[in-house]
Design a protein around this ligand. Structure first.
Ligand SMILES: [Zn+2]
Length: 176
């Protein structure tokens, strides 16, 4: 983390704001959650200035609160479930939908998880072994239409093509 000055001039009132770790409060639709963050707090007007890690920590706290209030999965919860399923972010997006960057967005809070995706993830959280059924289903459908899948993955990264090819080979071997 970049070194921050002990005091700065308050952008609101010009007073002297000192760097301190305090409990701040994030709010969403009238609900509140506390979060400990370092920032420059102005004693004169009450303004606080956050940057870098502190801003991110505050943002995460806000996303957790919003998810709780809205009854959807929070970014951290999505990551926990995905890790239990032993999937990379890329693989999770390919298998469960949304595309290779979907889980990166869900887990950073850049995109909220849809209700159908949240439902699917909650079911898989209860019984992670069932991810195997989805894996096999995907391999089988690619095996049935090798030409179509080769076209569909054009333009994606080499890693994806290799993974697909390896899976195709292993499913063919099993089939014979
Ligand atoms: Zn001030």
């Amino acid at each position: 983390m970049a070194k921050r000055p002990k005091t700065i001039q308050c952008p609101e009132c010009g007073g002297t704001a000192a760097l301190e770790t305090r409990t701040d409060v994030v709010e969403y639709k009238g609900h509140k959650a506390p979060v400990r963050v370092a920032g420059h707090w102005c004693p004169k007007c009450g303004e606080a200035v956050f940057e870098g890690d502190a801003l991110e920590k505050r943002e995460r706290a806000f996303l957790e609160l919003r998810a709780k209030v809205e009854g959807v999965l929070s970014p951290r919860h999505v990551a926990t479930i995905r890790e239990r399923l032993k999937l990379s972010q890329r693989r999770a997006g390919e298998l469960l939908g949304g595309g290779p960057r979907a889980f990166q967005k869900y887990e950073s809070g850049g995109q909220q998880v849809s209700v159908p995706m949240a439902n699917l993830l909650r079911l898989l959280e209860k019984d992670p072994r069932r991810i195997g059924e989805i894996s096999q289903g995907t391999a089988a459908s690619r095996k049935a239409r090798p030409g179509a899948s080769a076209g569909a993955i054009q333009g994606s990264r080499v890693v994806v093509r290799r993974t697909t090819a390896a899976r195709l080979r292993s499913s063919r071997r099993r089939g014979r």
